[in-house]
Design a protein around this ligand. Structure first.
Ligand SMILES: [Zn+2]
Ligand SMILES: [Zn+2]
Length: 170
């Protein structure tokens, strides 16, 4: 994703609106774990201030990734704010600062970084995902496996109580 900032460089201090949309969705990311369901769009304003370019806007796309509990695809619409300063020269005190050459801003790193920041630590396919059975691995959203019936009783003191009763009888 690129933005031609020639107009802003000729008119410092003037804000220009822009709207960019990629023609197609990016390739999957992180070993195919993060899939882009839609192309990325970015819109906002930019302006030149001296040798710097100020850019403010909103990134939008839709991604999917394996649900943290059941591993089926969990779809997440993403909308992320970006507010960034691009400088012509690299800043030795701030190596993370974005730079530009000529009259073009390269926005891929900014946009992808903003999307990653919006990803939750645990992405779920739905808020009440039931996950996988820890015993047989069945997806409990779709099926009720037999394992649950064999789980321990919810009355752990029942067995103890019957033991005490036996003691009394002796
Ligand atoms: Zn799930
Ligand atoms: Zn099971």
């Amino acid at each position: 994703m690129q933005l031609d900032i020639g107009r802003a460089l000729k008119s410092p201090g003037v804000e220009f609106e822009f709207a960019l949309e990629e023609a197609r969705a990016p390739e999957p990311w992180h070993g195919d774990e993060l899939v882009f369901e839609r192309p990325i769009s970015l819109s906002g304003v930019y302006a030149a201030a001296g040798e710097s370019i100020l850019l403010r806007g909103e990134v939008r796309t839709t991604v999917s990734a394996p649900c943290a509990d059941c591993l089926e695809p969990a779809v997440l619409p993403v909308s992320a704010r970006v507010d960034e300063v691009f400088t012509r020269e690299e800043d030795p005190d701030d190596p993370d600062r974005f730079t530009y050459e000529g009259h073009v801003l390269h926005l891929d790193d900014l946009v992808l970084g903003a999307i990653l920041l919006e990803m939750p630590m645990r992405l779920l396919c739905r808020p009440d995902c039931k996950g996988l059975c820890p015993i047989c691995g069945a997806n409990l959203n779709h099926t009720q496996c037999a394992c649950q019936k064999e789980m321990p009783s919810k009355q752990p003191f029942a067995a103890l109580a019957s033991l005490l009763n036996q003691d009394e009888e002796v």
